[in-house]
Design a protein around this ligand. Structure first.
Ligand code: PBE
Length: 271
């Protein structure tokens, strides 16, 4: 019912994802900055899988729902979603994904360092790998296919890089979000082609940063900045090396189905 206030219709609840995600920290902040916390709005933690399944059901019934949303992600292609305007700029306009490596990698593994430094792609490219995985392909195979089909681009990442001998070990840590499953597998594939024995390890966001800071891992390509991972970046930036952007044009915020015509801004949740 478009005339009824939204809050009571959805129990003043925003459907979120895993508690450690940056988008959850940003949404807690949004609840305060927009005065929603005072009006009993709350953020429900769950997981990406649970959130997208709740979203799918709501959309099937044309019910209202507010979720934590981001791109690149297939939720925006599978569902008719729109981002809510964020006039107080809690989530930022666009986000960039950065590559973070351990101190000393440049000296210890210059070839790996170069590949990681050159690694750069677009939302469209990462989405193609994410879609393949979402359609059931094994992430390692989806990454191999991508690398095969994008030989020219991969040649850019490996420009001036020579093959290493003796299979030196490298560890990449990542957070098991669809985008990071895609990027980490693609980078691992390229590093393996260069001769490294690469292990990839999924963990929670904080341990991913800690692993690179303590040199238990060599690199991670999952740092959504400047806003989403701001807290972890601030905590660890002096103990790691930021190689800069590997993907530009990501976006994070609150999202609703397009049929919620009266809700276009986070401010509108108070209506
Ligand atoms: N995400 C996807 C992450 C980064 C990648 C938006 C769910 C987050 O920290 O919120």
């Amino acid at each position: 019912n478009a005339n009824k206030p939204l809050g009571p219709q959805i129990n003043y609840t925003i459907t979120g994802i895993d508690a450690g995600a940056g988008i959850m920290t940003s949404t807690d902040k949004a609840l305060k900055v927009y005065g929603l916390a005072d009006k009993n709005w709350q953020l429900q933690p769950s997981s990406t899988a649970a959130m997208t399944s709740t979203l799918k059901k709501a959309i099937a019934d044309k019910r209202p729902i507010v979720v934590t949303g981001w791109t690149p992600h297939w939720m925006f292609t599978k569902f008719p979603l729109k981002f809510l305007k964020d006039p107080k700029n809690v989530y930022g306009k666009t986000e960039q994904i950065h590559t973070i490596v351990r101190k000393g990698l440049k000296q210890d593994d210059p070839q790996a360092y170069q590949v990681l430094d050159h690694f750069h792609w677009t939302p469209k490219e990462i989405s193609s790998v994410m879609l393949a995985v979402n359609n059931g392909q094994d992430p390692a195979n989806a990454a191999k296919d991508f690398v095969k089909k994008h030989a020219k681009q991969v040649a850019e990442w490996t420009k001036g890089v020579s093959h290493v001998s003796g299979h030196p070990k490298l560890t990449l840590t990542y957070i098991a979000w669809d985008s990071e499953i895609a990027s980490t597998n693609v980078v691992a594939t390229v590093l393996r082609q260069v001769g490294y024995k690469v292990t990839i390890r999924a963990m929670e966001p904080q341990p991913v940063w800690a692993s690179v800071a303590t040199k238990a891992a060599d690199a991670q390509v999952s740092a959504w900045l400047p806003k989403t991972a701001a807290k972890l970046y601030a905590d660890y930036k002096n103990q790691v090396v930021d190689l800069g952007v590997n993907m530009d044009g990501a976006r994070v915020g609150l999202a609703v189905p397009k049929y919620m015509k009266n809700i276009n801004s986070i401010e509108d949740l108070k209506k």
